[in-house]
Unconditional design. Structure first.
Length: 395
């Protein structure tokens, strides 16, 4: 049984869906049988009346996010099945039974076949973020599926969709705790301990997507002076110290983040003198650095969330990294990232190339980085690869 509302595509616009790309753009729609409102489940058909898929209607430039390329009878069954498969995948990649790590992404939107839903697991706590009204309207079904899948491993669900849903729906929305009160938690990541702000922190509380990149940084930190820019709650700083850095400076403009970074350093190392935090704008700090650094990490927030901001964002990455190249010690290492989905890996690399040329430094690529396997990317949806990173040797 399919839904009653039908979306008919223009001739030729069905090809992307035949290749299992899960988005229908508004410009591809020829007509609509019915009057869907945002979040309604709709069926998508070709101009020749061939069924293509079922998804949630959004009404924006991405008009439909496809949930299934087969007819959907009971959406609850579909969501339950996808959540169980997502959990099974995390078991297969070794995260569920890993005693050294108890924080990971459990649902990664299109990468797990549940577009519009992010769910991160933090040692018994699941933090959800809904990016589409359709999935938010099915929140109860998602919650039920998480409870059934995780069983006794689930203690609390925190929904943090206030900042992720379209503003016209989120204005009156408040983040809420679904099961029981628990605003902060402690997690373990590769043996390191972190305090996570589950209700007020960035994203879902912690940048889980940098787990493997932090681990790599630790292997390159011994004896080095390290600068962690946009350091947030000190994830890279903890790994650098664990790896034997002789000095590390953490910089972030948020006082709350800097305070939490200091707590995470103390949690892992006690009172030490090799780490110092600076609550300061990164651009200002780079004009007055406190050290000549051997290793610099730059992990800024997204410079571009929309295609119209692309050029300005690339200029921003170029200027930031040019200054980093100018100030780093010869023989130094730079970890530099972009988490902007609209910036391709090629464009990001070009901006870094221009930055190196403008700074007059010879630069070698040591590693090209991405998100870890618990943030899977559907091969049919390359837009899911949002995190791009380079590890660079600067002569």
């Amino acid at each position: 049984m399919t839904s009653k509302i039908r979306i008919i595509l223009k001739s030729g616009k069905e090809q992307s869906l035949r290749r299992y790309h899960p988005w229908v753009f508004s410009g591809a729609i020829k007509s609509t049988d019915g009057s869907p409102i945002e979040g309604d489940l709709v069926d998508v058909y070709s101009n020749k009346d061939e069924f293509l898929g079922t998804g949630h209607y959004a009404g924006g430039s991405i008009a439909v996010r496809i949930l299934s390329f087969d007819p959907v009878g009971d959406i609850r069954e579909v969501l339950t099945d996808r959540i169980l498969k997502a959990l099974d995948y995390r078991k297969k990649i070794g995260l569920i039974d890993d005693t050294s790590t108890n924080a990971f992404r459990l649902i990664n939107a299109e990468g797990d076949g549940i577009p519009g839903v992010i769910a991160d697991y933090y040692n018994g706590v699941v933090v959800t973020q809904f990016h589409s009204i359709g999935m938010y309207r099915d929140k109860e079904k998602i919650t039920e599926g998480l409870k059934n899948a995780l069983g006794k491993e689930l203690e609390t669900i925190v929904d943090r969709s206030e900042s992720t849903l379209p503003s016209k729906f989120a204005n009156d929305l408040k983040n809420e705790i679904t099961i029981q009160e628990d605003e902060r938690g402690e997690v373990i990541e590769n043996g390191n301990r972190f305090i996570v702000d589950l209700k007020g922190g960035q994203k879902t509380g912690f940048y889980i997507d940098q787990r493997e990149n932090r681990k790599l940084l630790g292997t390159l930190s011994y004896g080095k002076s390290v600068l962690n820019l946009f350091g947030y709650t000190g994830g890279f700083s903890v790994y650098a110290l664990r790896g034997g850095a002789r000095l590390i400076h953490t910089v972030d403009s948020s006082a709350g983040a800097i305070n939490l970074a200091a707590q995470n350093i103390q949690l892992n190392f006690g009172n030490i003198t090799t780490h110092q935090s600076f609550c300061e704008d990164v651009s200002a700090f780079l004009q007055n650095p406190r050290e000549i650094y051997d290793l610099i990490i730059s992990d800024p927030p997204a410079f571009a969330k929309h295609q119209r901001n692309l050029d300005n964002a690339l200029q921003g990455y170029m200027r930031l990294n040019a200054r980093i190249f100018e100030m780093i010690r010869p023989g130094g290492i730079v970890f530099t990232f972009s988490c902007s989905q609209v910036i391709s890996r090629e464009n990001f690399r070009k901006s870094i190339f221009v930055a190196a040329a403008n700074a007059g430094r010879k630069v070698k690529i040591m590693h090209q980085l991405s998100q870890p396997p618990d943030h899977p990317v559907s091969i049919y949806h390359p837009e899911g690869e949002y995190l791009k990173g380079l590890v660079l040797f600067v002569e």
